[in-house]
Design a protein around this ligand. Structure first.
Ligand code: A2P
Length: 343
């Protein structure tokens, strides 16, 4: 007799469902068809009662309050509603038994909260039991991890230098609107950025810290070390906002502990999960934000030896910051969590 295991159906909440990332959560959830019995959509009081069409049904947005999760028996709550909302509500929601997968930076460096890129460190997920929270890394960090992990395993990392070219959608609706208005020569005041973004590059993402770095740069440094379990890795970053709607681009300069063969390195990247090599300069083929936009993989190209050091390589890496950099990675964490629960 054949025995078919009946898979549990899960109850999933989306907090920040009306926002830039929250709406992408819904799209990716619909595409991936997780084993879900019921969805619950939350946002602030401003959006309570709003109707959202999703997965063939109409959902009414609920207001997130301290008691909103009581008696709902939510299994997984995907949060993208800003750091302060997560700081207050994630522990409250976790105390109801739900696992919070949080897209803000609020919990990422907490030693009791795993920081996860499913292709890279799925083994960290069970640590969610400590606080009931899993953190989704910074968008620029996620795509770099997918590239660096297989190379770290093969050759050992000695030093990493990131230079990023980041899309305005990473700054939410207001950042997106600043570029739309700027391109249209609108006289509307800027909503998000301190200077015009149309026709400009801003070497300024998130706030400046006392050490001269921006918080975005410090996030890339700290999160890289945590995800790769390399607390002493030499790593530095310059993060720049550019007038692109979707898709973060990054130059990654890596120095390895060991010598490497460039063809072998290419083969390793070609085999890496979640990664597509686009590297044929003779045909003008390399990763670009316009191609990566609205797709899930990370793309890498311009793979070339850095002749200025003994064991160095230069890479160009692009991914959709709202998909792999945020919503897709969070949904992949949920999928991996469910897979681990079902094991
Ligand atoms: P709302 O639309 O009701 O303001 P973005 O990053 O694109 O600006 O989106 C932020 C998301 O976070 C929105 O869905 C927003 O809801 C939600 N949000 C902001 N503050 C809160 C809060 N205090 N409680 C619940 N959701 C919030």
């Amino acid at each position: 007799m054949r025995c078919t295991k009946i898979m549990k159906q899960y109850r999933i909440a989306v907090v920040g469902a009306t926002g830039m990332v929250g709406r992408k959560f819904l799209q990716v959830l619909e595409e991936r068809q997780l084993p879900v019995s019921e969805y619950f959509l939350f946002a602030s009081a401003r959006s309570a009662g709003k109707q959202i069409e999703f997965n063939g049904s109409t959902y009414t947005v609920r207001e997130l309050t301290d008691s909103a999760f009581q008696d709902l028996n939510i299994d997984i709550a995907l949060f993208s509603a800003g750091g302060e909302t997560s700081r207050h509500f994630a522990p409250i929601v976790a105390s109801t038994g739900a696992v919070v997968i949080d897209n803000s930076s609020c919990w990422r460096m907490d030693p009791d909260v795993p920081l996860v890129v499913p292709e890279v460190n799925p083994d960290a997920i069970p640590d969610y039991r400590k606080k009931g929270i899993i953190a989704n890394p910074n968008c620029s960090t996620i795509q770099a991890m997918v590239v660096l992990k297989p190379l770290a395993d093969a050759y050992g990392l000695k030093r990493v230098i990131y230079s990023t070219y980041q899309a305005v959608s990473g700054a939410g609706m207001k950042g997106y609107t600043d570029l739309v208005n700027g391109l249209g020569n609108s006289s509307e005041p800027l909503q998000k950025f301190p200077h015009p973004i149309a026709g400009n590059c801003l070497p300024h993402i998130d706030v400046f810290l006392d050490n001269g770095y921006t918080k975005e740069e410090q996030k890339m440094i700290d999160e890289t070390r945590k995800i790769l379990s390399l607390p002493d890795l030499a790593v530095t970053a310059t993060t720049v906002r550019v007038p692109v709607f979707y898709g973060h681009s990054e130059s990654i300069n890596v120095e390895f502990e060991q010598s490497f063969d460039l063809d072998e390195l290419r083969a390793i990247l070609s085999d890496a999960p979640g990664l597509i090599v686009q590297d044929d300069p003779a045909k003008n083929i390399y990763p670009m934000a316009v191609d990566a936009a609205d797709t899930d993989p990370v793309y890498v190209g311009r793979i070339r030896r850095d002749f200025s050091v003994a064991n160095g390589v230069n890479l160009w890496c692009v991914a959709d910051n709202i998909r792999k950099g945020a919503a897709t990675n969070a949904v992949q964490i949920a999928q991996e969590l469910i897979r681990q629960w079902e094991e």
